[in-house]
Design a protein around this ligand. Sequence first.
Ligand code: BG6
Length: 302
Amino acid sequence: MPITSTETHVILTHPDDESTELQILKYGATVVSWKIHGEEQLWLLEGAKLDGLRPVRGGVPLVFPVFGKSSKAGFDQLPQHGFARNSEWDFLGVTSSDPPTVQLALSPEEANPDIYQKWGGEKEENYNFLVFVTVELGAQSMKMSVEVQNREPERVFNFNWLFHTYLRVPDIEDTLVTNLPGEKCYDQLLKESYEEKAPAVQFHQETDRIYINVDTKKDLQVVHLGKAIHTIKRDNLPDVVVWNPWIEKSKGMGDFEPKDGYKHMVCVEAGKVGEFVELGPMGIWKASQELKGGEDIKLHAV
Ligand code: BG6
């Protein structure tokens, strides 16, 4: 069976190789595992509690309708990263069996009510919206597409979207993220904006940066000891967050186990977070990311 749905998970198996497999937790529509020929591509904290009581740390949590904490009116009451990752999504079913492809949806009916009602601040009625996420498992790739619909006949709403992807790496200190030199970046730790001067992003300390408006023709690559181990292709997702919590921040995160887990992960997160998407009445916004396993290194000109 290429696709199985249990009470909590949806599991996709590739028809050419049953060890190429993807698991989606319905809570958060979080991809929690993606294996190519048995080799895990994503990082998930050990003993992660996939109990639907807290957002998952690892895999690909979905960030909507706000990235981080925002002081902007309409977003200031929302917790970090919004409510998509804290809601039980509806599994709509299979849209193709080869390549195996499934769709999940989030609407006001499924959205975590305590958080969802805070989106938009003081207002007469909560926003009517629909989000579809489609996940496709290729032989060497995984594609995630999103469609956000504004179901309001008259009101505009604003949102951020981010695929908060935790990629597995053998050793963070031997890892680089390419194709970001020359890009404008906001450093969330220094609280400063600057232009990236380094030929590749290296990791020797806590890193938390938002690269703004990176041409989506530029593929991002995670390179380990001279070999591209992950490639991220983006469509309509101009901003890229690069994050590693390193030692102290990991210690401070209660759920972060083992404490040296930061050595084996890097988050390269494609999204629209520098500015909010403003979606008019009955409007539709679409975007996608495609992750690929090992590929040749491709350096884009600055
Ligand atoms: C990243 C942010 O996207 O997510 C970081 O840039 C944040 O600032 C990280 O610490 C993890 O967030 P959370 O809410 O899952 O701990």
